[in-house]
Design a protein around this ligand. Structure first.
Ligand code: SAM
Length: 282
């Protein structure tokens, strides 16, 4: 692989000026212009030399260039903003066919049906759709090798949080039920152009071959929504919204009815999800 043409691309500030890519807030545009930083993020994703890397929201292409420079065999970049197409076409040309750009809303794209395995997702996500995108990928985790994603730091902390920690939430349970999760690094607002209001952080999620504990995803979604929907309440109250016999549910799973969602382990949530299914079917 030759990197000469990629190395010869103009600095990202110039790319933004040349293509009139003034950042738009409604698209969550906070760009990373430091290639050392984007290469560091790309390296968190591991070996990119096989399969396909999916990048959501390449923007002017700072992370896209980094992925290609770090040896990605094939990158599929999904960008909603048509203004970015010309800048990305320049990278496409310099990459000698390793980049494919799709102009679309990433929420509508089924990555499991595209590219070759192993499929990795690497993205500095637009914050307004970051969580729904992650939930969508968790739903097809069997098709994904790894996800290295930038979120607002508070969301990143929730993804890796353990029971009893302040960020422990529905997102923690769903993520750690389906994946190993790893906190990578924190980026201050000044790392971005324009700077966002809060710190950002990168996490990596590695889907397990099977969910950590058996149960159906839709039941896990339902019980975690009920439990964390009223997280200050005891489970005997918060789980009432499930519409099944709450007493039986807690008794059969051996969970203390006076406990709160924030103290339950992922294993206990999976037990609740299985028993919820059994009671609902009964
Ligand atoms: N990857 C670039 C970087 O690191 O400098 C840009 C990251 S910026 C935080 C988010 C990018 O996602 C923007 O380019 C924005 O236009 C794009 N975007 C926003 N919503 C999107 C969506 N629903 N589907 C695809 N791209 C989207």
């Amino acid at each position: 692989m030759s990197y000469e043409k990629l190395d010869a691309l103009p600095p990202l500030r110039e790319v933004i000026a040349n293509h009139g890519l003034a950042a738009q807030k409604r698209l969550g545009q906070n760009f990373l212009l430091d290639l050392n930083l984007t290469r560091k993020i790309a390296r968190c994703a591991g070996d990119l030399s096989q399969g396909t890397v999916f990048e959501v929201g390449p923007g002017p292409g700072g992370l896209t260039r980094a992925l290609l420079l770090e040896g990605a065999a094939s990158v599929i970049a999904i960008e909603k903003d048509p203004r970015c197409q010309a800048a990305l076409a320049e990278i496409n040309e310099a990459s000698e066919g390793r980049l494919q750009v799709i102009e679309a809303d990433a929420l509508t794209i089924d990555i499991a049906s595209m590219g070759d395995a192993p499929r990795r997702v690497v993205a500095n996500l637009p914050y307004n759709v970051a969580t729904p995108l992650l939930i969508g990928w968790l739903k097809q985790a069997e098709a994904v090798q790894s996800m290295t994603l930038m979120f607002q730091k508070e969301v990143a902390e929730r993804i890796v949080a353990a029971p009893g920690e302040s960020g422990y939430s529905r997102l923690s349970v769903l993520s750690n039920w389906r994946c190993d999760t790893r906190f990578e690094l924190v980026l201050p607002p000044r790392a971005f152009t324009p700077p966002p209001k809060v710190d950002s952080a990168v996490v990596t999620l590695i889907p397990l071959a099977e969910p950590r504990f058996p149960c159906r995803l839709e039941d896990m979604e339902t019980v975690t929504a009920a439990a964390f929907g009223q997280r200050r309440k005891m489970l005997r109250r918060s789980l009432k919204t499930l519409g099944v016999d709450t007493e039986a549910l807690l008794e059969k799973t051996g969970i203390d009815p006076t406990a709160r969602a924030e103290t339950l382990t992922v294993e206990q949530f999976a037990a609740l999800a299985r028993e919820y299914r059994a009671l609902k079917g009964a």
